[in-house]
Design a protein around this ligand. Structure first.
Ligand code: GLY
Length: 326
């Protein structure tokens, strides 16, 4: 966790609105011939647990697989990891001790699927994929999502680990409900991948805010909030306080800014500016991660200590994001 706290001086907001924006025609030219970009294939994902997730996703891509399969495979890694306490198995529960999971997935054709408030299923991302592939709907929630998962052969499991149960018991002593800026508390995984065909997909999966109200759903399963891709432009995913992301439809906003010519970095900075303009940003962390069709990426957060994993040109590395506050 310590490298998340490394101070990186934020990119000045004054850089917003910079004039040196890439031309839309440049973005389009990369679509015509995606394999000409040295940066493809690429996988990018949030936080430390992005490293092993990227490895799993990149293996799919290097074998000629599609980006949609890559992001699903990648997201499954932290979902199955009990050490990852804000995603899937081992995640921290809500204030009543229920572990409820949110996830969404989207492919290069604009198909998408999501689950929210899902209990007892280790891989919500794969249930989201089934919603996308096998139903006429975009999102299933709660008991309906669980019933659907069971009908598709997923196993019902107790996902609350002893360690998570213990932390919940400790929290109950004071039962303070005040979401705070705290990376251990909150680190959704969002992944974006571009395959050898130049096609973009994204995935996002989380157990959400720990000690949340029972029934609370965050941004992660909301297409356009927690994640969004448009194969003509690029993709974005979000991590952090979901309420702030939902209020600004952050991932959609970032992609639309890129469509208008912003670089991934500029788009992420503008989306964070939407939040810092109106909301009490000092008490919450939000991070955005974006890529465009060329495989260029950007990231920006409210506070320091947001990091991400980039797998590109044969290297998988953790990078500290610049931030609005230093
Ligand atoms: N960003 C995840 C959540 O707020 O639940």
């Amino acid at each position: 966790m310590s490298n998340r706290r490394n101070f990186i001086k934020g990119t000045a907001l004054g850089a917003l609105g910079a004039l040196l924006l890439p031309k839309l025609s440049d973005l389009k030219s990369s679509k015509k011939n995606p394999s000409s970009s040295p940066g493809l294939p690429v996988v990018i994902s949030t936080w430390n647990h992005g490293l092993p997730a990227n490895d799993a996703a990149m293996e799919v891509l290097m074998n000629g697989g599609k980006s949609i399969d890559a992001v699903e495979k990648g997201a499954m890694v932290p979902e199955a990891d009990p050490e990852s306490m804000s995603v899937g198995y081992g995640g921290l529960p809500d204030r009543d001790g229920h572990l409820t999971l949110d996830a969404c997935i989207m492919d290069h054709n604009g198909n998408c699927g999501a689950v929210s408030y899902l209990e007892h299923i280790k891989h919500p991302i794969s249930v989201a994929r089934k919603v996308m592939d096998d139903t006429p709907h975009v999102m299933l929630s709660g008991k309906g999502a669980l019933d659907f998962a069971l009908s598709k052969g997923f196993e019902k499991e107790d996902l609350l680990t002893e360690s998570a149960r213990q932390k919940w018991q400790e929290w109950k002593v004071e039962s303070k409900y005040q979401p705070i800026v705290n990376v251990e508390n909150h680190d959704t995984i969002g992944l974006l991948a571009i395959d050898k065909n130049g096609d973009i997909s994204g995935a996002c999966t989380t157990s959400g805010l720990s000690w949340k109200m029972h029934g609370r759903v965050g941004d992660s399963p909301i297409i356009g909030a927690g994640m969004f891709v448009d194969n003509e432009v690029g993709g974005c995913c979000a991590t952090g306080m979901g309420e702030a992301v939902m209020k600004t439809l952050g991932s959609f906003l970032v992609v639309e800014l890129m469509r208008q010519g912003a670089s991934p970095q500029e788009a992420c900075e503008q989306a964070i500016a939407r939040i810092t303009k109106n909301q009490n940003y000092k008490d919450m962390q939000i991070g955005y991660l974006a890529i465009n069709k060329k495989g260029e990426h950007g990231a920006y957060a409210v506070h320091p200590w947001f990091n991400y994993a980039l797998h590109q040109n044969g290297k998988n590395e953790l990078i500290d994001s610049p931030s609005f506050l230093g």
